[in-house]
Structures are given as C-alpha cells and as structure tokens.
Ligand binder design. Structure first.
Ligand code: CU
Ligand code: CU
Length: 388
C-alpha cells in the first residue's frame, strides 16, 4: 500500500473485479515512482506541472474539484473536498465494477472501422461541441477488446474540423467514475482553468478561437496523462486555413499505442505499467491495428490526397511514409505556410500533427506506414488504394 506519510501519493483501494475503470493499479510501486518523477519535473520546470496536471487547485468555473485522499481511506470523488494537488486525480480508487462492462463479456462487442474521412466544415463560424467522457469496451481487432476510456464512446474521439478564427465552444461532461478533462492543442488558454479535471457528473466549458491552421491533438490531460492517453482519451481537431487549400481527398490518421493487460471476461485492461515501459503491444492508426489493411482507403487516379496525421502517442514517434509514393508537399505547421516538397518520410512527434499531400498519378495499392518498422509492424499500417 502507498506510504501515507507522502502527500503526493494518495491511498489506493484495489478491487480486482473493477473493470475497465481501474487499469493496472497493481503496479503501485511503479506508479508511485512515476508520480514522484512527475512531481520533480513540475518543480524543475515552472509551468510544466500545470500542463501535466491540467487541473488546477482552484475551480473558477463552478465545477466540483476532484477529491483526493491525503490519508486513510479515499473519499468518494463526487462531493469530496477540492483536490489540492491535481496530480492525484488518477490515484483515486474506483471500487465499483463499471456499468459499461457487458454481462456477456468482450465477445458481445462488435468491430467497427473508424471512418478516416475529414468531416465537412461547419456551416457557421461557431462550433458547439459537447463531449462526454465514458468508459467503453472497444473491439480493436478480431480477437482483442480493450477497456478504453473514451470521448464520445470511441477511441479516437470524434474528428473535429473548423477554420482558423472560428469559435469553438466546448463542453465536457464526465460520465465516468474517474476524473477526466480535455486539453486541446489548438487552443491558447489557461490550462489550469480550461483543462481542469472534472469528477463524475460534472462538466467543464471553455471557448477558444484556433489561431493557426494544422492538425492538432486533443486529449484528456488528467494526471497521469500517460494513462489517460494510453487508455484511449485522444482525438484530432483539424484547423483548415482561412483560404482553402487545393481541392483534395482529405483523411485524418491518428497514431496511438495499445498496451494490453491480461483479459478478464474477454476484455483487456490497458496496462499502465506497460505504458511506462514504452514498448506497445500494438500501434494503431485511428485506434485499431491494421484496420486500413483489412478495409483500405480508396481514391482515384489524379486525386490529390491530403493526410492530416496526428500522433497521440502517448510515446512513440510516427515516421510517416507512403510506399511507392512521394509527398508532393508536407506542411510542417500552419498550412499553407511552412511547406517542404518532394518528401519521402517525415516524423510526427508524439503530441504533434502535420499535413501530408501527394498526387495519385499511378494506380495501385500503396501502403502508408510508420516507417519506424518496429512500430509499423505492430499495426501502424494501411493501404491507400488508387483506383484507375
Ligand atoms: Cu481522462
Ligand atoms: Cu498535450
């Protein structure tokens, strides 16, 4: 059990039947070490603590703060006292089996391809989004169901599309037992306020105007962030420039990693201890390994294809490459600026996003891959089929 004398380490009550809200809490000593390191980092780099924690001690917009147990039994999350140190958020114990675990087990969960097409721009200039955070089992392949934490019931969460200067009015309502939050990389905003964690039944609302075009990550920022991104709480917001880019078939690929624990009732918890090891079992585009190998992306000869590639990580880079093709243009950031041409591969950092364009002059089946093949081989691969 955690040392009750150490204020950064909240008590944890384990319930081995808890699924999927509790993930790999058996790795208490490793998690404690992580929290200790994160704490040191926060002290060493001013501001980083806020970014890591994404939850402030003050609740300026009326949301209830997450409770933390400083000593003894952890108080319940809802109605608990304000959390004096948001790094404790995920240290809260969850003792009830999640209602989202199906009684029939993982076998009852169907597979669903994640549509990679970029949604159309909204008609107006204000985008109103209301996401819920909830725990949902997701079938990621024929034989693997994972106990994901999600935005809107899927991982990744919905692809958001807007323009530079649009207004994004965002609300997150937490329906999960665990505190969660939302961190938009497309926003310039005080993270302690906007990106703060909210307990079950609570909401947080904030508004921003994206300043730059590009492919931006969004993710839960509740600490440890590694665990919340690694459990599936991520997605992409694509910010198109004010002046439209050349017409193209546009797709969004979000790389993610899966670290599997041993299955219980056909559902794999996602393993925080493995996340710390940074050796994923599977690497995915849009949440499922090899999904666009089994159901490829189709375009036609002559099409310009624009891949908005976001790397959710949480850890490994994505060396994006299309076999048998060359990128006509890669926008390193803020398209249409910062373009480079005639590119074979470019690395998208974890937490980053980029825009890749190619012109499909040749028919055929073109694998798009993470060319860091130790990761590509684990599922970060798909087919772009260019039909004649
Ligand atoms: Cu979360
Ligand atoms: Cu981030």
């Amino acid at each position: 059990m955690p040392n009750r004398d150490e204020p950064l380490e909240a008590p944890i009550v384990l319930d081995s039947s808890a699924l999927p809200e509790v993930i790999a809490f058996e790795a208490v000593s490793t998690r404690r070490a992580f929290l200790r390191r994160a704490s040191v980092l926060s002290l060493a780099i001013p501001g980083l603590g806020a970014a890591l924690a994404a939850c402030g001690p003050e609740e300026k917009q009326g949301g209830a703060a997450a409770a933390s147990g400083a000593a003894g039994a952890a108080p319940p999350i809802a109605g608990g006292r304000p959390n004096p140190d948001s790094k404790l958020d995920s240290s809260l114990h969850i003792s009830a089996r999640s209602a989202t675990v199906p009684s029939a087990g993982g076998a009852s969960i169907p597979y669903k391809r994640f549509d990679p097409r970029l949604p159309a721009l909204p008609v107006g200039r204000t985008l109103r989004l209301h996401f819920t955070a909830r725990a949902v089992p997701i079938r990621v392949s024929d034989d693997i169901v994972v106990a994901a934490w999600t935005f809107e019931g899927d991982t990744p969460g919905p692809i958001v599309h807007c323009r530079v200067g649009d207004t994004v009015e965002f609300t997150l309502t937490n329906e999960a037992e665990m505190p969660h939050s939302m961190d938009f990389h497309a926003a310039q905003i005080d993270p302690k306020v906007a990106f703060r964690s909210v307990a079950k039944g609570e909401s947080v609302t904030f508004t921003y105007k994206p300043k730059y075009a590009g492919a931006f990550l969004y993710h839960c920022g509740t600490a440890p962030v590694l665990m919340h991104i690694g459990s599936g709480m991520y997605g992409a917001i694509i910010v198109s420039p004010a002046e439209p880019l050349p017409p193209a078939k546009e797709f969004v690929l979000i790389e993610g990693e899966l670290y599997l624990g041993a299955a219980v009732n056909g559902v794999h918890p996602l393993d925080y201890n493995k996340m710390l090891s940074t050796l994923p079992d599977m690497v995915t585009f849009n949440g499922r390994p090899d999904q666009y190998t089994r159901e490829p992306i189709h375009v036609k000869v002559g099409d310009r294809v624009r891949f908005w590639v976001v790397n959710a990580g949480p850890t490994v880079p994505c060396s994006f490459h299309v076999v048998g093709e060359q990128f006509d243009t890669v926008y390193l950031g803020a398209p249409p600026g910062n373009s480079i041409h005639g590119v074979q591969t470019f690395s998208v950092a974890a937490g980053g996003g980029m825009c890749f364009e190619l012109v499909c002059n040749v028919p055929g089946e073109f694998p798009f891959v993470n060319h860091s093949f130790g990761h590509g081989q684990k599922g970060a691969i798909g087919y772009l089929v260019v039909d004649a």
